[in-house]
Design a protein around this ligand. Sequence first.
Ligand code: FAD
Ligand code: DLZ
Ligand code: SF4
Length: 518
Amino acid sequence: MPFYNPPDPMIQTLRFVLGDQLTRNLATLRDLDPARDVVLMVEVGDETTYVRHHKQKIAFILAAMRGFAKSLEKEGIRVDYVKLDDPANTHSFTGELGRAVTRHKPACIVVTEPGEYRVLEMMRGWPDMSGVPVEIRDDDRFFCSRAEFAAWAKDRKSLRMEFFYREMRRKTGYLMQGDAPVGGTWNFDSENRKALPRGHQVPIRRRPAADPELRAVLDLVAARFADHFGDLEPFVWATDRAGALAALREFVAERLHLFGDYQDAMKSGEDFVYHAVISPYLNAGLLTAREVCDAAVNAWRDGTAPLNAVEGFLRQILGWREFVRGIYWARMPDYAATNYLNAQRRLPDFYWTGDTKMKCLRETIGATRRNAYAHHIQRLMVAGNFALLAGIAPAEIEEWYLIVYADAYDWVELPNVHGMVLHADGGVLGSKPYAASGAYIDRMSDYCKTCVYDRRKRMGADACPFNFLYWNFMIENEAKLARNPRLAMPYRTLGAMAPAERETLRAAASAFFESLER
Ligand code: FAD
Ligand code: DLZ
Ligand code: SF4
């Protein structure tokens, strides 16, 4: 019985650690007294099914939770760990906290703020539910606290990542020389848009071996969540800190130097390209953002990775990751309800089955199913771009992203999908929608070469759907988007288009949508 602790009326503090808070230095655990405190961790049905997560996502979190609990126990810390198949499990955070309070009779409960608004709402009810004071601590694993972001955002007419990122560079001193950015510029994006050369061999990403503990979790998930999306095996994730650190080291040694050059590149059969593939570890707490940024900046100092790669990588973590979290907490709960472009279409079935003739989507959904992962450009410019152009209802596609990716929690998934991809927030997160035709996908990938559609054609039976959908999107949203200075070019082209051509594009899009319904 590895995790069971008998009732103890002397417990001072019950420290509740959630499945994405697996960090030894978590605020909840910092002043822990092993003699008087108990750590509570619970596997609950509500969290495994509030959306029907990818099988590997559930297995990753449960295995990582069990491993983390064991590592605390090795330190002599008492952990009250409730397993999913415990017959007394009430299957909710609130129910399990209530039972734990009855077991341990603590004087107080300590938690760290959660990653999802719905869980914060639960936490607010815990003092009344338990009759015990509940202290909710800041999650200081982020560089920027919620209060600091709110202060930065206050009185700004628009919130732009670039300016926030510069503040974060100044605050942390990463890649700074006094007040100026190292290399004389904040941004190396123009160097970072290369496609992979023909025949280029991407380094192979190593997969950790399954131990007996992971095997038990995989069997549990196979039995209990058989009808959830995604392949369970081969399982591609490490589930403890040592494995996460090894993945970080492998990335820094073998891929970081080309991260910048190929950060937007896509290639058939290459599920990871030069990406770090560490987001599940970061978001669950197995790695900290600071140690990841330190590792990258040290590689630049040591001369093993160039500035464009390291700056590009730092920008993702110090910039985007912190920025989307700031927006989430500053704007929730109203943020999720906006639908600026009034998108209403149902999510096509092929997002689940991968059964589509569009090669780019087949590749992206295939990778997603295999790994509970797709890299950023597949998420943004393929799966996301299609959802934007097709006018998929925000709630439908947001749920898909939350389900299918092992790194998906509301704080990070929602702003990326709702704001960056769908422009459903009307421009809070980004100044324009990332709408693109087939030409972009062709430039950055080899997908179009073996696709049944012709990416050069706008019309006709074999025209690339991204082409007519792109123009249909611009026409449908003309009233809302035409005055956006960043969309001046497409609207100039549209302005020069003959009415008959516009009509033909609209008709092609309608026929395509009808075929999707069928
Ligand atoms: P790399 O490309 O190697 O980047 C390094 C790290 O930077 C990532 O691990 C991640 O922590 C951070 N990062 C990069 N871009 C972003 C971003 N836009 N927002 C936040 N962090 C970022 N990321 C998630 O962690 N969870 C999500 O649910 C999620 N959903 C997304 C949905 C859409 C539509 C888009 C466009 C992006 C989403 N992202 C999400 C951001 C990004 O795609 C992933 O963080 C990245 O693909 C993870 O793979 P990696 O570790 O190989 O990242
Ligand atoms: C995602 C997830 C899953 C699948 N299961 C659990 C669980 O059984 N127990 C737990 O503590 N956390 C789980 N999580 C992560 C939570 O959903 C996450 O902590 C909240 O969404 C707050 O961000
Ligand atoms: Fe995707 Fe169009 Fe290229 Fe086919 S031709 S892979 S549908 S962008």
